[in-house]
Structures are given as C-alpha cells and as structure tokens.
Design a protein around this ligand. Structure first.
Ligand SMILES: Cc1cc2nc3c(=O)[nH]c(=O)nc-3n(C[C@H](O)[C@H](O)[C@H](O)COP(=O)(O)O)c2cc1C
Length: 176
C-alpha cells in the first residue's frame, strides 16, 4: 500500500472465534472507516504496524491466560518493531465469569511488549463495574485496564457503549 492510500490509523487484530474481529469492525465504524486500515494478523505481517503513527491492536485471551494463537505465532516478530514516537491503544476480549483469575491477561502481555518497543500506550479504562479475581492487564495501582476491556460472553449489551466512549477517549489521546 502506498503512503497516499494509507489511512491515519492502523488496526491489527487476532481472533479465533470472530469476537475480536467483530469488535474491530465496530471500532472502525465508530471512528470512521476512512480513518482506519484494518488487518487480521493471520494474513498481514505485523511489521506493517510501523507504517502508522496511530495504532490500535486487538487481542483475546485463551486457555487460562494465554495469547490467542495468531498472536502467539507472530509474538517473536514484535521484538523487531520500532514503535518510538507511535501511539498505541489496545482492546482485549475475555470472559470475566468463566476465567476470573486470568481475565484479559493477553492484553497485559501485549501492552508490556509494545511499551518495551518504545510505544506510548494510551486508551486505559477503569476496572469499575467488572467482576474478576485476577488480571495481568492492570495498571500498577490496579485501578485501570491497560486498554479497552470487552466481555462478549457476559456483557455483550455493554459493548457498544464501551466502544463509543473509548473511541472518543483515544481520539483525544491520539490528538487527531
Ligand atoms: C477454551 C477457552 C479459554 C478461554 N480462556 C480465557 C482466559 O483465560 N481469560 C479470559 O479473559 N477469557 C478467556 N476466554 C474467553 C475468550 O477470550 C472470549 O471468548 C473471546 O471473546 C474470544 O475472542 P475471539 O473470538 O476473537 O478469539 C476463553 C474462551 C475459551 C473458549
């Protein structure tokens, strides 16, 4: 894709049963399709994220606190990214009732990896209203998740409002 065809924001997601993919569509609709190029990491090399100054990444947690399989496969490639000067916002999908001790863990792993590659991480949200026992996706004071928290198993009815509020938040934090 040439520079002139590229949108402002690059969104990269992995998804095994399509929930993260559907959330990525809703986020693109909310922010405006013309602002976003959306990629499934199963088909697009993650190094392409470097073309964008504003990056969104979506990751579900699987198998008791593990990375979703496509993220797991490309994980070593994240070490080659230079994200200096880039702003990155994450969204994570999980199940706070089925897996309360590992809620959204994978988003936490991705957050720490990208921060170590120089990214400025934005898009944190309050944990208020969620019920879980443990999560690797929390800020040090445990008051916030390090990205948008979505639970399509138990709180699908809250997803739309959560996405709308978060998109407004990251638009401000991106400064676009
Ligand atoms: C076998 C299995 C294991 C899961 N393990 C976790 C987990 O450890 N932590 C969590 O927060 N959610 C867990 N989930 C919930 C998924 O993250 C959730 O279903 C998510 O929406 C899947 O997203 P995807 O369809 O994009 O892959 C698990 C779901 C399944 C079916």
């Amino acid at each position: 894709m040439s520079d002139s065809n590229r949108a402002l924001i690059g969104l990269f997601y992995g998804s095994s049963t399509c929930y993260t993919e559907m959330a990525s569509e809703k986020i693109a609709t909310q922010l405006g399709e013309s602002l976003i190029d959306r990629f499934n990491i199963a088909d697009t090399p993650i190094v392409n994220a470097q073309f964008y100054d504003f990056i969104i990444m979506g990751i579900p947690t699987w198998d008791y606190g593990e990375l979703q399989e496509d993220w797991e496969e490309i994980w070593p490639e994240l070490d080659d990214l230079d994200l200096t000067g880039k702003k990155v916002a994450l969204f994570g999908l999980g199940d706070q009732i089925g897996y309360p001790e590992w809620f959204l863990d994978a988003m936490g792993y991705l957050h720490d990896k990208l921060a170590s590659r120089g990214a400025t991480m934005v898009g944190y949200v309050s944990t208020e209203g969620f019920e879980f026992e443990g999560s690797k996706a929390l800020t040090p004071d445990e008051s916030q998740f390090v990205g948008l928290a979505l639970d399509e198993e138990n709180e699908f009815d809250k997803t739309e409002a959560r996405i709308a509020a978060w998109c407004e938040q990251i638009t401000q934090e991106f400064g676009i």
